[in-house]
Design a protein around this ligand. Structure first.
Ligand code: ADP
Ligand code: MG
Length: 596
């Protein structure tokens, strides 16, 4: 007997549905796209338990008539394509006619819809692919789709769903991206009855971004407005000074559709080139408008990837668009009109006045890289702070010990040159300190004694909805690391204390780094490893930077640490695995000078 079975209809449909509906966030994405295609100006998303028990999307769009409502829940039914030639000229977000049908197979779906000039509406209910109800009902103009108990009949899929908080983050992520790119649409997202995102309709794209990402982030964005007849690139990118540790704040839309595309990303990164620190990522929200016949959106069931024709040219154009934007920053910076991008909202103004000192000093430090006369007061203070701490730990001998080495001097304000045991030792000043702080923090963290400093002027953070949930869900971790953060009003957090080691600077950036670390490390990485990664980042931020001038006693002090490290750990690498010390024995020099 043969081994091949003919699969029954429902099983076939469940398998197909799996390609479109991966998780609650993919349902949200498809429903949002449908509402946008239906010309809605108001889209409300309500989810419960990370979308596992309920996803409900209500729009005020065109709605459907009774017949279409019944057709919509069937496979391969769409109003957006007629024949194959349309496939290469798609002007809507949907076109595959699979989304609603797929949801209907793997959940309990209820769809209510009404068009403008009809008396009543129509309701269809489908459970696990079987129509349970189809009748006239009263409802407002537009469409309401309820998806209850996603994957209730596909246990294998249900098992693979992540924790509520992770699923919710994906949902917030997708709603946020659409809210960013469609300012004229009123978006609202509720979770378990609580409002997470509220973006009323506006014609001002920038104030829309301020509403979503907060004032401090938005202030560091530059507008992009590029067009060359073939392609149009519109949106905002971050100044090089504003970067994140991951790519979660990057959104690209092509003809209004949120997509991921390697070529376009490459073009953007090429434009920033060396302006980006290693392992840091810019923020961007870009809408690229291009002739729909130049792209193929039909390469992925969830339509999140697209294929571009003339890839190389497009990459080049994107690069030009970004470079144009970045060039404009230099101009504004020299003219001192850095604030020209600020929205007039008073709320942001006040935030700016809260931290002018730190920001000015940061700028000074950057430009003071090569000038000898500028004392690096800020960094000196931080360095002293570290020293205090070492004294506290009993690390530093109070009477000057006899050293086996001689400090020759500092090279390029980055490397300390030392004569040691008949050789030349070159030490990276940042990396030594980084390693030292890392060890101290790990130790303190393990016995729950990370020292904190109360802030006289608390830092106010206003963050994107994703960032907010991450802080709320991980408040304990922040506490253990020395950050006391409390909710403050509806949209903000207040930071009341920070780890002593961090000094006054970079605390806001550090908090964002921690958020990124918690965000990227999903469930497969253990919490201990995540925390260690965070400590590595804290050490890197707190450590003395390359470019800081050091006195001989400071250098001597660092070299003693290096030697002690070698004695304790038997190695010379930083927590990232970079070397701390390079040694050139005299013998090597003799060989080079042909003395030997
Ligand atoms: P697609 O969007 O690819 O056409 P869907 O399965 O998502 O496929 O939707 C099927 C059809 O149902 C759409 O083509 C559209 O005509 C209709 N539809 C779905 N959602 C809505 C909505 N929110 N408002 C009006 N019509 C809708
Ligand atoms: Mg659709």
């Amino acid at each position: 007997m043969g081994k091949i079975n003919i699969l029954d209809e429902i099983l076939i449909r469940k398998i197909a549905a799996g390609e479109v509906v991966e998780r609650p966030a993919s349902v949200v994405k498809e429903l949002l796209e449908n509402s946008i295609d239906a010309n809605a100006t108001k889209i409300f998303v309500e989810v419960n338990e990370g979308g596992k028990s309920l996803i409900k999307v209500t729009d005020n769009g065109d709605g459907m008539d009774d017949n279409d409502a019944l057709l919509a829940v069937e496979r391969h039914t769409t109003s957006k394509l007629k024949d194959v030639k349309d496939l290469f000229n798609i002007n809507s977000l949907g076109f595959r006619g699979e989304a609603i049908a797929s949801m209907a197979v793997v959940s309990k779906l209820r769809l209510r819809t009404k068009q403008e000039n009809t008396v009543g509406g129509f309701e269809v209910q489908v459970h696990g692919g079987k129509v349970k109800k189809a009748e006239n009902v009263g409802c407002p103009k537009g469409t309401i789709v309820d998806i209850e108990e996603l994957f209730y009949n596909v246990p294998a899929r249900k098992k693979f769903l992540k924790d509520i908080s992770v699923e919710l983050r994906h949902i917030i992520d997708i709603v946020t991206r659409y809210a960013l790119n469609y300012p004229e649409i009123f978006f609202r997202l509720n979770h378990n009855g609580k409002v997470l995102l509220n973006c009323p309709s506006t014609t001002n794209t920038f104030s829309n971004i301020v509403n979503i990402y907060g004032g401090s982030t938005s202030k560091k964005l530059v507008p992009i407005n590029y067009s060359n007849g073939e392609i149009e690139v519109i949106g905002y990118i971050s100044k090089p000074e504003l970067t994140r540790a991951d790519k979660s704040h990057q959104s690209i839309f092509i003809n209004g559709r949120y997509i991921k595309n390697k070529i376009i990303n490459e073009g953007i990164y090429e434009a920033y080139h060396t302006m980006l620190p290693i392992d840091r990522h810019p923020l961007y929200i870009l809408n690229i408008n291009i002739d729909p016949t130049k792209i193929d959106v039909n390469v992925h069931p969830t339509k999140k990837e697209i294929r571009l024709s003339k890839e190389r040219e497009i990459r080049q154009m994107i690069r030009d668009a970004i470079i144009q934007g970045l060039n404009e920053i230099d101009l504004t910076a020299t003219v001192g009109e850095d604030d020209s991008l600020m929205s007039p909202a008073g709320e942001i103004e006040s935030k700016e006045t809260q931290q002018p000192i730190i920001e000015k000093e940061e700028i000074k430090q950057e430009s003071a890289d090569y000038s000898v006369s500028q004392p690096q007061s800020q960094q000196r203070t931080k360095y002293d702070l570290v020293k205090d701490k070492q004294e506290y730990l009993g690390d530093l001998d109070t009477d000057e010990p006899e050293d086996d080495f001689v400090v020759i001097g500092q090279l390029n304000k980055t490397y300390i040159l030392v004569e040691d045991n008949g050789g030349l030792m070159i030490v990276d000043q940042h990396v030594v300190e980084e390693r030292h702080i890392y060890e101290m923090l790990m130790e303190r963290y393990k016995d729950n004694s990370v020292q904190r400093q109360e802030l006289l002027k608390p830092i106010i953070l206003d963050l994107s909805p994703t960032d907010k949930t991450i802080i709320t869900n991980n408040n304990q971790i922040f506490k253990e690391l020395g950050f006391d953060i409390e909710e403050f009003g509806l949209d903000s957090f207040v930071v009341r204390s920070t780890p002593l080691i961090m000094g006054k600077q970079q605390n806001e950036e550090m908090i964002l780094d921690i958020i990124d670390e918690l965000d990227t490390s999903d469930t497969s990485v253990s919490l201990e490893i995540i925390k260690e990664n965070i400590i590595i980042r804290m050490a890197c931020r707190a450590a003395l930077k390359a470019g800081s001038e050091l006195t001989t006693p400071q250098m001597r002090d660092l070299i003693r640490k290096v030697i002690k490290m070698k004695d304790d750990q038997g190695n010379y690498t930083c927590p990232h695995g970079r070397p701390i010390v390079i040694k050139i024995p005299i013998k090597e020099l003799e060989k080079k000078f042909k003395r030997a």
